[in-house]
Design a protein around this ligand. Structure first.
Ligand code: FES
Length: 83
């Protein structure tokens, strides 16, 4: 099997959106492949997933709602507060 034949088809960029939730996770909608620190795909079971950006989750890379109790403030919220 050639290298090209083993490589999964890449989703079209228009099929994937990433939305930064204020003081919360990044919502990834669409067929994006999420890769772990080892470069291997992280299995996902839903068409929309939430990636933690507060660092407090117990189920990385997914958001487990800890941002609601650890006081996380997202950069865009902090910037708006400064402006
Ligand atoms: S963003 Fe939700 S637990 Fe980190």
């Amino acid at each position: 099997m050639s290298e090209t034949a083993r490589r999964p088809t890449s989703p079209r960029p228009a099929d994937v959106t990433v939305t930064a939730c204020p003081d919360g996770p990044l919502l990834v909608r669409g067929p994006a492949r999420i890769l772990g620190p080892d470069g291997e795909p992280v299995p996902r079971r839903r068409p929309t997933v939430a990636l933690c950006r507060c660092g407090g989750t117990a189920i990385a890379p997914w958001c487990d709602g800890t941002h609601k109790v650890n006081g996380y403030r997202s950069p865009e919220t902090l910037a708006a507060d400064d402006g």
